[in-house]
Design a protein around this ligand. Structure first.
Ligand code: F6P
Length: 494
């Protein structure tokens, strides 16, 4: 059992005191795979990092990391290996070979579609939810700025308006439908897929099912639903939903951005995989980031963390990270099923800068909740307007971190800022597929390190099941419901 007592008893100097003491940049900044990491405005110190390194060893982090990359059964509650790194060719040789073969199949199908095997195609309607949508959505919005080979719409919500809004802009005769579902049973996805088939049928498309590409770890279910085997792009059961954008779930991104971009994404992620696997603790970006996370959740007992992307292209990153971090580590028991005696994952939230500054930053600066903030920015601008835009964007990101730390005394307490509020900054040289791949892989590994030290299984998600089951049972009329829920159903649905 890891022993937290030394870390909990460690002195707690303020950030200002830490900066006064000496060079914070040496040891608390790193450059990996085109990303500059700055944790100097956190309360981490070389001593704390050394203590966390001991804790990580006690928690078995090195062995757990090796087991992950070796394809061992690390998702113990579901009896599965966890092999998203094999999708970027870092993992057990047989898993890497399987991923390569599946990618080759995906590439061949994309080439065939480009060659008009399914007729002239302009639009890709991607239907999926959770990990089967958030990853592709992030990729397309982050990297599609330069222009895309196809229009892509990603529909997740079962609210029919989401699908209707997407279909409005698409020509049914020039659309393919990617049905993305690991299980190929998810209610929302299957209902949206059926309605999309209805849309094609009504428009007189001759073979609507012939326009469907299935992205799934359950090819049999896709065949039974009506997709021809040649248009099924399988991926492995050992790739978790929220870790699946590297697999065929990334199909709309590979279609729209081109195969070379998809491969560069994988290569960037692989670079981060190697960094995580091979670099000593004090220089290891995902490990240091997790130490800061754990310091704030476990020692300072802060219950949320915020991520603000000072870049429009990364506006979906906070949404993506919410699933990655909260579905992975929002658990109440250890991997052995023993109740946790300390907090699990914090609540991840956030948004886009500078917008957030004019909406929620009030609480960050003066509220009673202390929230560690992560700022992301990209040195190379995406816009072609006057350079003042990008200059203001970056200066604001950096100034917010400085202000949170510095605070301000004022005789009028309403105008005073407590300061000593922590933040970290991730500064990307440029936002290209390779750097984005490295960035996402960094977050995956950071999530894993948090889980490994807490003893959590980051790879199951049983907490999502109860609500789904009750909705299904209520639909079938055989759920014993409380009076409130019963009355709501009666009022809304009769
Ligand atoms: O309900 C949660 C969840 O199982 C996620 O873990 C997953 O990413 C999502 O639903 C979609 O699942 P599927 O890809 O099987 O449709």
């Amino acid at each position: 059992m890891p022993n937290w007592s030394k870390i909990e008893a460690a002195p707690r100097p303020t950030l200002a005191e830490l900066f006064e003491k000496g060079d914070r940049l040496d040891g608390l900044t790193l450059d990996v795979a085109g990303i500059h990491f700055d944790w100097s405005k956190t309360h981490l110190t070389p001593e704390l990092i050394a203590d966390f390194a001991v804790l990580a060893d006690e928690a078995g982090l090195p062995a757990k990391r090796d087991a992950l990359f070796a394809g061992e059964v690390v998702n113990v509650t579901e009896g599965r290996a966890v092999e998203h790194t094999a999708e970027r060719y870092e993992g057990a040789p047989e898993s890497v070979a399987r991923a390569k073969a599946q990618h080759a199949r995906m590439r061949a199908l994309i080439d065939a579609i480009e060659g008009e095997a399914l007729g002239p195609i302009q639009h890709v309607l991607h239907i999926g939810i959770g990990g089967s949508a958030l990853g592709p959505d992030l990729l397309v919005s982050a990297l599609g700025q330069e222009g895309m080979h196809y229009d892509v719409a990603i529909v997740s919500n079962v609210d029919g308006l989401a699908l209707e809004n997407a279909l409005e802009h698409f020509d049914p005769h020039a659309t393919i439908i990617a049905v993305a579902s690991k299980t190929f049973t998810t209610t929302e996805t299957m209902l949206n897929a059926e309605s999309a088939i209805g849309w094609l049928t009504e428009a007189g498309v001759e073979d609507p099912y012939g326009r469907v590409i299935a992205l799934t770890a359950n090819p049999q279910a896709a065949v039974e639903w009506g997709v021809d085997e040649t248009r099924i792009l399988p991926f492995s059961e050992s790739v978790g939903g929220r870790y699946s954008l590297w697999s065929s779930i990334g199909f709309p991104a590979a279609m729209a951005l081109g195969w070379d971009a998809f491969e560069e994404l994988l290569e960037g992620a692989a670079e981060m995989d190697r960094h995580f696997r091979l670099t000593e603790t004090a220089q290891n970006a995902p490990v240091l980031a997790a130490f800061a996370d754990l310091y704030y959740t476990q020692v300072r007992r802060l219950s949320t963390r915020a991520v603000f992307a000072y870049d429009e292209r990364l506006r979906l990153l906070p949404d993506y990270l919410q699933q990655l971090e909260m579905e992975s580590n929002g658990k109440g028991v250890t991997a052995e099923g023993v109740p946790l005696d300390r907090p699990s994952a914090p609540i991840t939230w956030g948004g886009v800068g500078t917008d957030g500054q004019h909406a929620v930053f009030q609480l960050l600066h003066q509220g009673t909740h202390v929230v560690p903030v992560e700022f992301l920015a990209v040195i190379e601008a995406a816009d072609t307007l006057d350079e003042q835009h990008h200059r203001q964007l970056l200066l604001n990101a950096f100034a917010q971190g400085a202000a949170l730390m510095k605070g301000r005394d004022h005789a009028d307490k309403a105008r005073a800022y407590p300061g000593d509020r922590p933040s970290s900054t991730l500064l990307l040289d440029t936002l290209d597929p390779r750097t984005l791949g490295a960035l996402i892989a960094f977050y995956e590994h950071r999530t894993f390190v948090n889980a490994a030290i807490l003893g959590i299984n980051a790879f199951d998600q049983f907490g999502v099941e109860l609500g789904k089951e009750m909705a299904r049972a209520a639909d079938a009329g055989d759920q014993d419901l409380d009076a409130s829920t019963e009355a709501l159903i009666q009022r809304a649905l009769g």
